[in-house]
Structures are given as structure tokens and as C-alpha cells.
Design a protein around this ligand. Structure first.
Ligand code: AKB
Length: 316
């Protein structure tokens, strides 16, 4: 049967690029973007778009029936920094949207679900370096708690009801096409914009906080590879560790200085420093490599060159 895809949260950082990729892959008319807010011109004009509040079960179900949807990508979520400011709202959005989609799959109204988890499932008691797939997960943020809980429910729905749900623990994602919103890793995108606009950046994390990161093209490719993999290869139904880069603000600054020698950075750590301090500095993704052939492609310096090249044309 032909794939018909619904992307919930399509106007966001990952959703925008995922929609564009999947429209190229499966045909624009087969990929329905939806979000509570409008997206960029390409998203709005490149194929079907519907307004949707991800907490509204009836509306999600109506869209699934209207477009005979087979696969749902649930990208709507409140990220780590914003969730600390609105804990109950974050819990409600992050959990209720997941239950809505899992229940549609349980009732056989859709065939496959993608749901993003995060490195935020880890906490201060987790081994920090090369964090294994199976390890201590005691998150200290609302976002992390919602992602860890979501992972347990995904596995439960798979085991109890046979739901084909697949998930990745995304690291911080970096792209020139879309801006992140409300995350702790957002500095790694802001820094490129400020380097070009002002030649200087004041960072909300300190200089030596290494975090797992990834260029967006790698993340979209990983998502596609996971969703296309044969079901019998998927041994993890909670969420896969995924790794590409690991750097701190000093290292990204050095990379930018290769193109903008006068670029300068200063540090003013805020409440996000404690969140970053509770996360790993690097991730072991051996299971993703083994199960569905994952391998990252873009290095820090390659990403810097791509980011600066494209953002420069945007700012001109
Ligand atoms: C955040 O910083 O909250 C996100 C994430 C790592 O999930 N980018």
C-alpha cells in the first residue's frame, strides 16, 4: 500500500526539514504537514498543510481518516528550557500527543509511528562519556522525564499491542534552514547567526560544556533509515541512541574562527547550564549501527562551512 504520511509539528526545527525530505521521497501530495502555527513558505506551499493542536485527539483522528494516513511522525514537543518554565503544559503536550498517536496505532487506524526522544532522558547519574544504549536514566528536567516516560510507553505499546513505533534519542540539532526553539543546545545554532551578524556571541553555557550534537541532514537521514528498516531489524522499541558530534562552545568557536578570524565569544551561563551539566558529553550508538546501518557523515568543520556559507547568503 502507498505511504501517506502525517507530520505533526511540521513547522518546527526538525519538522520543516523532515517534511521537505519526505515530500521529495514519497511525493508532495502524500505528505501532510500540520502544526498549530504556520511554517515557512516552502512548507506551506510545497504540499498539503492543516492547522492542528497536537493535544486534540479528535482532530488528529479526523486528519488520519481524511487523508488515509499510514505513518505518523509526531514532532510536536516543548523542549528542555521552555519546559522548565511551563512544567505542566510541557507534560500535557509531550504526553497527550504521544498517547493520541499510539492509540490510533493500537486501533489499527495507522500502521507506523515515529516519535523523537532525546539525550535529555539521561541525568547526572548516567555515565557521561560514550553513554551506552542501556544505562541509568534519571533525568532531572521536565522534558527529560516526559521523554523517558514516553519511551517506556512506546515499548509497552509495541510489546502489548504490536504497535510499530520507532524512535531516536536526538542530540542537539543544527541547521541553517530552521531555528530551534526553547532547547538547551540552541546556542550551537545561535552562534553561527551572531558570528555573521555581529562578529561576537554571548553564550548561555560555559565554554567547556561538551554536548552531543548533530548536523540536521544527518538527523533526517537517520530518521528515514530507521523508518525504512525492516521491522525485524528493530530491536529497540524504546528509543535508539544516536551519535555524530561532541563539542563545547570553545571548539565551535575555533571552527568558526577558521572563517571569521575576529569572531569573539563571551560566557554568561544561565539556568540552562544546570540542564547541560546533567546531560552526557558523548553517546554510544553501536546498536543503531548494528540494527539499521547508521553512520554519521558530517564533521564539525564541515558543518561550520555549510552553516556559514548558507547563512551568509541569507543575511546578504
Ligand atoms: C534541547 O536542547 O532541549 C533539545 C534536545 C537535546 O532534545 N535540543
Amino acid at each position: 500500500m502507498e505511504k501517506r504520511i502525517l507530520i505533526i509539528g511540521a513547522s518546527g526545527q526538525i519538522g520543516t526539514e523532515l517534511t521537505s525530505f519526505l515530500r521529495d521521497e514519497y511525493g508532495a501530495e502524500n505528505v501532510i504537514a500540520c502544526d498549530i502555527k504556520e511554517g515557512n513558505d516552502e512548507l506551506m506551499n510545497g504540499g498539503p498543510f492543516e492547522f492542528l493542536d497536537a493535544t486534540d485527539f479528535n482532530k488528529i483522528e479526523a486528519l488520519v481518516l481524511k487523508y488515509t494516513i499510514t505513518d505518523v511522525y509526531l514532532m510536536a514537543a516543548m523542549l528542555s528550557a521552555t519546559a522548565e518554565k511551563h512544567p505542566m503544559k510541557a507534560w500535557d503536550l509531550n504526553m497527550s500527543s504521544l498517547f493520541h498517536v499510539l492509540n490510533l496505532a493500537k486501533d489499527k487506524k495507522i500502521e507506523k509511528v515515529f516519535w523523537p526522544s532525546s539525550i535529555a532522558v539521561f541525568g547526572v547519574t548516567t555515565p557521561r562519556t560514550k553513554t551506552p544504549q542501556h544505562t541509568i536514566t534519571e533525568p532531572s528536567t521536565v522534558y527529560g522525564i516526559s521523554k523517558l516516560t514516553g519511551e517506556r510507553w512506546c515499548e509497552y505499546y509495541h510489546q502489548q499491542y504490536g504497535v510499530d513505533v520507532r524512535s531516536i534519542r536526538y542530540p542537539g540539532l543544527i541547521s541553517y534552514k530552521t531555528q530551534p526553539g526553547g532547547g538547551t543546545t540552541d546556542y550551537a545554532v545561535e552562534i553561527y547567526h551572531k558570528a555573521l551578524q555581529e562578529g561576537a556571541y554571548s553564550c548561555f553555557l560555559n565554554g567547556n560544556t561538551k554536548l552531543p550534537m548533530m548536523y540536521m541532514d544527518d538527523a533526517i537521514r537517520a530518521t528515514f533509515m530507521l523508518m525504512e528498516a525492516p521491522s525485524e531489524n528493530i530491536t529497540i522499541r524504546s528509543s535508539y541512541n544516536l551519535s555524530a558530534l561532541s563539542f563545547d562552545a570553545e571548539e565551535i568557536t575555533e571552527s568558526i574562527k577558521k572563517h571569521i578570524p575576529d569572531f569573539s565569544i563571551s560566557y554568561e551561563p544561565d539556568f540552562r547550564q544546570a540542564i547541560a551539566d546533567s546531560w552526557p558529553d558523548s553517546i554510544d550508538d553501536a546498536q543503531a549501527q548494528k540494527d539499521w546501518g547508521w553512520k554519521s557523515e558530517v564533521s564539525l568543520d564541515e558543518m561550520t562551512a555549510i552553516m556559514l556559507k548558507h547563512l551568509k547568503t541569507q543575511y546578504q
